[in-house]
Structure formats: structure tokens, C-alpha cells
Design a protein around this ligand. Sequence first.
Ligand SMILES: CC(C)(COP(=O)(O)OP(=O)(O)OC[C@H]1O[C@@H](n2cnc3c(N)ncnc32)[C@H](O)[C@@H]1OP(=O)(O)O)[C@@H](O)C(=O)NCCC(=O)NCCS
Length: 242
Amino acid sequence: MLQRARDDIRAVKERDPAATSTAAVLINYPGLHALWWHRVNHWLWNSGRTGISRFGSQLARWFTGIEIHPGATIGDRFFIDHGSGVVIGETAIIGNDVTLYQGVTLGGTGKETGKRHPTLEDCVVVGVGAAVLGNITIGRGSKVGGGAVVIDDVPPNCTVVGVPGRVVVRSGERVEAIDLHHEDLPDPVVEMFVCLTRRVDKLERRLARDESLSEERGEPPFPFDAAQDEPSPDDEDTACKI
Ligand SMILES: CC(C)(COP(=O)(O)OP(=O)(O)OC[C@H]1O[C@@H](n2cnc3c(N)ncnc32)[C@H](O)[C@@H]1OP(=O)(O)O)[C@@H](O)C(=O)NCCC(=O)NCCS
């Protein structure tokens, strides 16, 4: 047990350059405190004392801002950096050497029962504010980018980013990007309106010009002979091409 605690402290020092001494780690790292609370709570949970273990997990949340359900299974050298806002669900399984940053949720989708939280294999890193939802597996060594929402399995050694999460790097190789700029897709209805507005504007200006010419010539403004209405060179530009 002591060896395990030493490993936990070493993991913090290795993964956070700001962790300069063992004392600083012991005092200043809520992620470490939450992990140790959880070990006790998990033991209580497994020995059937579910009520007290749930209470213990809420106490830990109160002190650390990190909520870990006592049923969650967590491996060795788990590190939560900064901590606040991390939520780990009951059926989550976390391997060894996993790192989470603040604001990460390992939660359920609300549609599943039984095993409904994710499995993180060894050496997974989940970036700040990411949500990993449902009974999915994040493969060994994969990275989840900050702010991602992952709802599908991720193979080992991948980087997944975005909402919904998509794999952008697989075993060090960039995955061909898909154009996800939906906001840039043409909207035919809007284009039609723009075209019609431009056309009306043009016609109004031409009408105003013809009316003033008619006035100068002393002709009545209406009706005028449409055949004499010479097409302007930029008529072509304003024609709706949709
Ligand atoms: C995802 C991450 C781990 C980088 O992984 P990586 O495998 O080195 O990936 P890359 O940096 O090569 O980025 C790959 C692509 O994903 C994009 N990307 C990286 N992180 C992203 C993110 N969080 N959200 C959206 N896109 C992201 C990059 O722009 C790049 O896109 P491109 O191919 O169009 O240029 C990192 O960007 C990240 O989000 N880390 C979280 C760190 C964290 O939480 N820190 C908190 C400290 S308090």
C-alpha cells in the first residue's frame, strides 16, 4: 500500500512540471487526495458498505471538487491534474497511468443500463473539459483533446478531438481530414433571396432613371415601351443563375 502511495506521488511529479517536491504534492494536489479517498471508498463499496462509501465519495467531492463514484475501478498511478469538476461514473474502468485534466466527465449517455460508463485503457490522457460518454473503450495510449465529446470507441494510440469526437491522428499518422465546416455549405434559399434583392434593386434604379428621362422629355412616366429599355452590360451579372 505504501509502495502504491509512493507511485501515486511519483506519477504527479513526472506528469506535472509544477510539482517540485513531495511535500508540495501531498499538500496541493486535490487529484491525489481524491484518489486516496476513492481507494477507501472503493474498498467500502466492494465490502457491501455502499451507503457509507457513497457518503465518503460526497465528502471527497466537497473537499476536492472531484466526484468519483465508489464503484469506479481505477488502476495504478492515476493522475487528475487540477481536479475541479471531474466526474467519474460508477461503472467506469480506468487502467494504469491514466491522466485526466480538470472538468473531465466519464459519464453515461442516460440511455444505457448496467455497464454504462467508459473504459479507459492504460496510458490514456483526457484533456480539459472533455466528456467521454457511454460504455465505450478508449484504447491504450490514446489522447482525447480538450473539449471533445466522445461517444464511440477509440482505437489504441489515437488522438480524438471535437464534438462529436473524431480521430485525427492514428499511430502518429494524420488521418485525412473531413470538411466539417457545415456553416460554409451554400444555402440555396438564402442565395435566391440575395439574387432577387439585387435584381429588384437594379430594376428600381433603372426605373428611376427612365422616369427622370421621361420627365426631361416631357413624356408621361407610364407606360413606357419596354422594347426601348436597353439592356445594360451588367445585366448578365444580375441574372439569377440558380
Ligand atoms: C489533443 C492533444 C492532446 C494533442 O494531441 P496530438 O496527437 O499531439 O494532436 P495534434 O496537436 O497533432 O493535433 C491534431 C489536430 O487536432 C487539432 N486539435 C488538437 N487539439 C484539439 C482540441 N482540443 N480540439 C479541437 N482540435 C484539436 C489540431 O489543431 C490538429 O488539427 P490539424 O490536423 O487540422 O492541424 C491536445 O491538443 C489537447 O487537447 N490536450 C489537452 C491538454 C489539456 O487538457 N491541458 C490542460 C492543462 S491545464
